[in-house]
Design a protein around this ligand. Structure first.
Ligand SMILES: [Zn+2]
Length: 338
C-alpha cells in the first residue's frame, strides 16, 4: 500500500510501504475512512523536532475495522471506529483517573496518513459508533480523534464554567476547537487572539464573542481593556511558543487556570512570575479517550460541527501539497481523502 513518510525537513513523500499486520493479539487493523494533517506534524516537517530516521506520519484516524487480534473483545470487523492519537489500555490507574494520555502502556499512534493502519490496544483505544455513520459526518468524527479532543481538553483543563470569560491563545485548528468547547461548556465571553480573517470568521461561527488581532503586549493590553482590567477566568493556550505562553500567563486573572495543549518548543518559565501570578496550569497531551463517548454523541446527534475546521480536502496521494498548504498557513487543517 501507499503511505506518508517524512524523510527530512520539507521532504514528505507518498510512497510504497508494507501493509500493516496484526503484531500483538490486542491489535486491530482499520481501513481509514479519512485522515488528516496535524499542526504537530509541522514541527518535524519544519525541522524543529529531531528525527531518528524516516517517520511514518499520521495519528488522527477513523475508519472501519478489517481485522482484530485474538484478544480483542470490544470491537469487531465491519464496525466504524474512532480512536485517540494516544494509544491506551483504558484500565490502568492513570486511565481510570481520566488521564489515558499518560497510560502505563501509552504509545503514540503513527502511520495513519495511509489507507490502512494498525491500532495497538484496540479495546482500550477504539470506540465504535452504534451504526455506520453517513459520509457527511466523517470529517467531524475524524476531528474527535485529536483536534476536537485536544481543544476540548484545553477548555476542561482551564476549568471553563457556565458564565466564564475565556481567552483562547492561538487561532489554529486546536484553538478554534477550544472556542467550540468553551461555548459548549457555557462560557459567556470567548475572546480569541487571531489576525487571520478566515480563522476569525470560523471562530465567530463557533461561538467567539471578541477577536483580538493585536499581538504581544498590545494584545495583552487589549484583553485587559475588554475584561475591565481583571483578566480571564480561563485561558486556553493552543500554540506552544514562548510568546503564546507569556501571553496566556499575562491575561490570566489570579485564581484562574491555564489549559495548555500546544506542545512547548523552547518555552521557559520564571519561578517568581509564576508564583505571583497565582494561576494554575494543566496541560499536556490530551486524554481524548476520556471525552470520546460524549464528543461522539455530540457529533452523531449533529449538535456540533467540528468538521468545518477542515478547510482543505485533498486526495491522500497529494499529501505533500497538504503539508505545504498548512506550513504556509494557506489551510487551517487539511483532510486527506482515502
Ligand atoms: Zn492505561
Amino acid at each position: 500500500m501507499f503511505a506518508t513518510v517524512l524523510h527530512g525537513p520539507g521532504d514528505v513523500r507518498y510512497e510504497q510501504v508494507a501493509a500493516p499486520k496484526i503484531l500483538k493479539p490486542t491489535d486491530a487493523i482499520i481501513k481509514l475512512s479519512a485522515t488528516c494533517i496535524c499542526g504537530s506534524d509541522l514541527w518535524p516537517y519544519r525541522g524543529l523536532q529531531g528525527m531518528d530516521g524516516p517517520m511514518n506520519m499520521g495519528h488522527e484516524y477513523c475508519g472501519v475495522v478489517v481485522e482484530v487480534g485474538a484478544d480483542v473483545r470490544s470491537v469487531k470487523p465491519g464496525q466504524f471506529v474512532v480512536g485517540s492519537f494516544c494509544i491506551s489500555d483504558n484500565t490502568c490507574p492513570h486511565c481510570k483517573h481520566g488521564f489515558q494520555s499518560s497510560c502505563e502502556q501509552r504509545e503514540f499512534m503513527s502511520g495513519a496518513q495511509a489507507s490502512y493502519a494498525r491500532v495497538p490496544l484496540a479495546d482500550g483505544t477504539l470506540v465504535a459508533t452504534p451504526e455506520m455513520p453517513s459520509d457527511d459526518l466523517i470529517p467531524s468524527l475524524l476531528a474527535v480523534s485529536d483536534v476536537l479532543g485536544t481543544g476540548w481538553y484545553a477548555a476542561d483543563a482551564a476549568r471553563v464554567q457556565p458564565g466564564s470569560t475565556v481567552v483562547v491563545v492561538g487561532d489554529g485548528a486546536v484553538g478554534l476547537m477550544g472556542v467550540l468547547a468553551a461555548k459548549q461548556m457555557g462560557a459567556a465571553r470567548i475572546i480569541i487572539m487571531s489576525r487571520h480573517k478566515t480563522r476569525q470568521d470560523l471562530a465567530l461561527e463557533y461561538g467567539a464573542t471578541d477577536i483580538v488581532s493585536e499581538r504581544a503586549e498590545a494584545g495583552v493590553a487589549r484583553i485587559k481593556d475588554l475584561t475591565k482590567r481583571i483578566g480571564a477566568d480561563a485561558v486556553l493556550e493552543c500554540v506552544g511558543t514562548q510568546e503564546s505562553m507569556t501571553q496566556a500567563l499575562q491575561v490570566a486573572r489570579p485564581g484562574s487556570m491555564i489549559g495548555y495543549v500546544g506542545v512547548p518548543h523552547g518555552v521557559t518559565f520564571d519561578g517568581q512570575t509564576l508564583f505571583f501570578s497565582q494561576t494554575g496550569m494543566m496541560g499536556g497531551p490530551a486524554p481524548v479517550r476520556r471525552f470520546m463517548p460524549h464528543l461522539l454523541d455530540l457529533v452523531l446527534s449533529r449538535k456540533i460541527n467540528p468538521g468545518k475546521v477542515f478547510d482543505q480536502q485533498i486526495p491522500l496521494a497529494d499529501v505533500a501539497h497538504g503539508y505545504k498548504s498548512m506550513d504556509e498557513r494557506k489551510a487551517i487543517k487539511t483532510l486527506l481523502l482515502v
